[in-house]
Design a protein around this ligand. Structure first.
Ligand code: IPM
Ligand code: MG
Length: 335
């Protein structure tokens, strides 16, 4: 029987609760589909930082390299600055393991409440976000700190290799999943160097996939259209920062951040990929057992009600719908 070595990093806040539940789901799936999961729980994160001054041990990345996959809860703690938690754990893992494709599928499940007035049309978007460079490249510096002349510079980095591989990944995903269209999101009118370069690479790669429709939209217009008519989108490809921002809109119109999954893939499989929820550590509700993909209310009865709301007025039919939607969802996460 195939065995997968999985590093679980529950991290901070509700990360611990959601990973515990996720592990139960994984175990149920492994029994049903006949595979084994050798799980190692790694107690890294903000508590590790408060105790030892580091989010994870010195040899963490070497240790993680030996696993098949990483399952991350969340990082973020009221007593530790965000840039410390993120640059000490999440972002180095994404970069070191060349998890360049951040895949965020969004499906509006039957019965799930959405803030949109019109919900008759199916929403089924896969947002592909560049995950190793762009606006998140840690390039820049500060001088004259704390004085009137202080200066901060943060440089976005777009390489030919990084840009081409993420755009090609999005097209290959569209082709494999028989999807109709790929939309590229940029801001070329204002960012005339990096984003016009991205547009040019997009056109070049698109030529290899003549059966797939393409479009390019500016990020501000995309933010509007994702609310106005999200059903018109299929596969989206965007830079690191734009993908981050837009994935909160795609999540929100399909039921909220609690439901949104995120796969950080190294499509070459040379390094382990990492799977995580899009939501954060939510310290305000951590440890109370109320972290839940649905919204509203507290306590057991409210939880049950939310679970039922999630299933809609006809649980049997809705569950079948969820199951079908979920199949698409899972295929989208691991194309
Ligand atoms: C996400 C998060 C992270 C990101 C933060 C926590 C650094 O917002 O995964 O969307 O921006 O990548
Ligand atoms: Mg985000």
């Amino acid at each position: 029987m195939k065995q997968h070595r999985i590093a679980a990093i529950p991290g901070d806040g509700i990360g611990r609760e959601v990973v515990a539940e996720g592990v139960r789901v994984m175990e149920a799936a492994s029994r049903k589909f006949g595979f084994l999961c050798a799980l190692e729980d790694l107690p890294w994160g903000s508590q590790h930082y408060l105790d030892r001054g580091r989010m994870m041990p010195d040899d963490a990345l070497t240790r993680l390299a030996a696993f098949d996959a990483i399952y991350l809860g969340a990082v973020g703690h009221p007593r530790v600055p965000d840039h410390t938690t993120l640059n000490g754990l999440l972002l180095p893992i994404r970069r070191t393991f060349e998890q360049y494709a951040n895949v965020r599928p969004t499906v509006l499940f039957p019965g799930v409440a959405t803030p949109l007035a019109e919900t008759k049309r199916a929403i089924d978007i896969v947002l592909v976000r560049e995950n190793t460079e762009g606006e998140y490249a840690q390039v820049g510096g500060q001088v004259h700190g704390g004085t009137e002349t202080e200066v901060a510079v943060q440089t976005a980095v777009f390489t030919r290799r990084g840009t081409e591989r993420i755009i090609r990944f999005a097209f290959e995903l569209a082709r494999t999943q028989k999807r109709r269209a790929v939309t590229s999101i940029t801001k070329s009118n204002a960012q005339g160097h990096s984003m016009t370069f991205w547009d040019r690479v997009f056109r070049e790669v698109a030529a290899e996939f003549p059966e797939i429709e393409t479009s390019s939209i500016l990020v501000d217009a995309a933010a509007m259209e994702l609310i106005r008519r999200p059903w018109s989108f299929d596969v989206i490809v965007a830079s690191n920062l734009f993908g981050d921002i837009l994935s909160e809109i795609t999540a929100t119109v399909t039921g909220g951040l609690g439901l949104a999954p995120s796969a950080n893939l190294d499509p070459t499989r040379r390094h382990p990929s990492m799977f995580e929820p899009v939501h954060g550590s939510a310290p305000d509700i951590a440890g109370r057992g109320i972290a839940n993909p649905g919204r509203g209310g507290r306590g057991r009865r409210a939880r049950d009600r939310r679970a039922l709301n999630f299933c809609g007025p006809r649980p049997d039919r809705a569950m079948a719908g969820c199951y079908r939607a979920n199949g698409r969802f899972i295929r989208a996460l691991h194309p």
